[in-house]
Design a protein around this ligand. Structure first.
Ligand code: TXA
Ligand code: MG
Length: 340
């Protein structure tokens, strides 16, 4: 049986091997500061098709093009608003993805799922940067998980996700942000719009552009907006996404504290340390996200904690949302989608 090969991402020879594979249209899993991505030559439709197949991702869900240098966005996109340029300047390299009109004739339709816009991001992880520089062109890279599943924040998550596949995985250690990039639409002549909450907070974006951006990322919109045959505008926004296999329910700390002993024995609990402490013992498994005073730490641990609980053999997961400010909004967004 084929199996993923783990390469030390800090070794230049691993980068060379990974680039050879990319040139043969084979996917490579690469670490980024947000989550691990499944990378392929972003300007080669056949290579990109391989990534969709490996992920079992529907073709209506467009991919992000990753570039080595901030200035490289203009090779694949045009017509970015002034606010978008300011965001690129302030936040790249880093975990923000900017959506702008695509450059005609350069970006394959498959990358954008036929949309007239393309999503671009310049990651800050040194291994991703090295891979992009040596490859010498944009890499399309969705998160390195099967479609709809929890995003991987460690090389061993990718290996588990793609057991049985012939895949090279560059190991760059745990992703320090732990949440996917924030996706922001920055088309000239249009207001800035956040399409997916993520590792860059809405507050930080407002600080750069000088006004509150609109946030379309909301689980309260009717489900089923994105259906086969119609390109979803931000399919990361599909209601059910980032989901463990075990059913997950959202609850207030008070409701979780009221769960009886027999139910606790088959339940996995996910909450900040303070809430987990207050809710008490008797759960089959418990994953503390860290202190509520450290939202960055909670974000970094979220997906690994979901995977841990998923492997605990419980019949249900209960998650307690965190305070909905800053990164807490993105954390709650992922919890809500995991429960949808
Ligand atoms: O942090 C990240 O963004 C990670 C790492 C690997 O860079 N990548 C990632 O990719 O999360 P993926 O494919 O799992 O999510 C990409 C998101 C999806 O929600 C997709 O709908 C949105 O970006 N997207 C891509 N192209 C778009 C476009 N033209 N317009 C609107 N949304 C777009
Ligand atoms: Mg994803």
């Amino acid at each position: 049986m084929a199996t993923p090969t783990v390469l030390d991402g800090r070794d230049p020879r691993s980068i060379e091997r990974a680039v050879e594979r990319l040139r043969q249209r084979q996917a490579v899993a690469m670490p980024t500061e947000t989550v691990y991505g499944l990378a392929a030559d972003g300007l080669d439709a056949q290579a990109v098709a391989g990534v969709f197949d490996l992920k079992r991702r529907p073709r209506f869900d467009p991919l992000i093009l990753h570039v080595a240098e901030p200035a490289a966005w203009s090779a694949v996109a045009t017509g970015m608003s002034e606010a978008g340029r300011r965001l690129a300047e302030a936040m790249w390299p880093g975990p923000i993805t900017l959506v702008a009109p695509r450059r005609a004739g350069v970006v394959p339709d498959l990358v954008t799922a036929g949309l007239e816009t393309v999503a671009v991001r310049c990651p800050s992880h040194p291994v991703a940067s090295a891979l992009l520089r040596v490859f010498g062109g944009p890499l399309a890279a969705p998160s390195a998980n099967r479609f709809g599943a929890v995003s991987p924040t460690r090389a061993d998550h990718v290996v588990a996700e793609f057991a049985g596949e012939d895949l090279a995985v560059l190991d760059g250690g745990p992703s320090d942000r732990g949440l996917e990039s924030t996706v922001v639409r920055v088309v000239a002549g249009e207001p800035v719009e956040v399409l997916r909450l993520g590792a860059v907070t809405v507050e930080a974006i407002a600080g750069v552009i000088g006004e509150e951006p609109a946030v379309r990322a909301s689980t309260s919109r009717p489900s089923g907006t994105a259906t086969e045959g119609k390109s979803a505008e931000a399919p990361g926004m599909l209601d059910r996404h980032y989901a463990p296999r075990t059913p997950l329910r959202l609850m207030t700390a008070a409701d979780a504290a009221a769960i009886g002993l027999s139910e606790r024995r088959v339940t996995g609990l996910l909450a900040c340390d303070e809430a987990a402490e207050a809710i008490g013992d008797g759960f089959a498994a418990k994953a503390g996200l860290g202190s509520r005073g450290d939202p960055a730490g909670m974000a970094a641990r979220l997906f690994a904690a979901m995977r841990e609980l998923d492997a605990a053999g419980v019949t249900q997961l209960v998650a307690v949302p965190v305070e909905p400010i800053g990164l807490g909004r993105a954390i709650n967004d992922r919890l809500a989608r995991a429960s949808a």
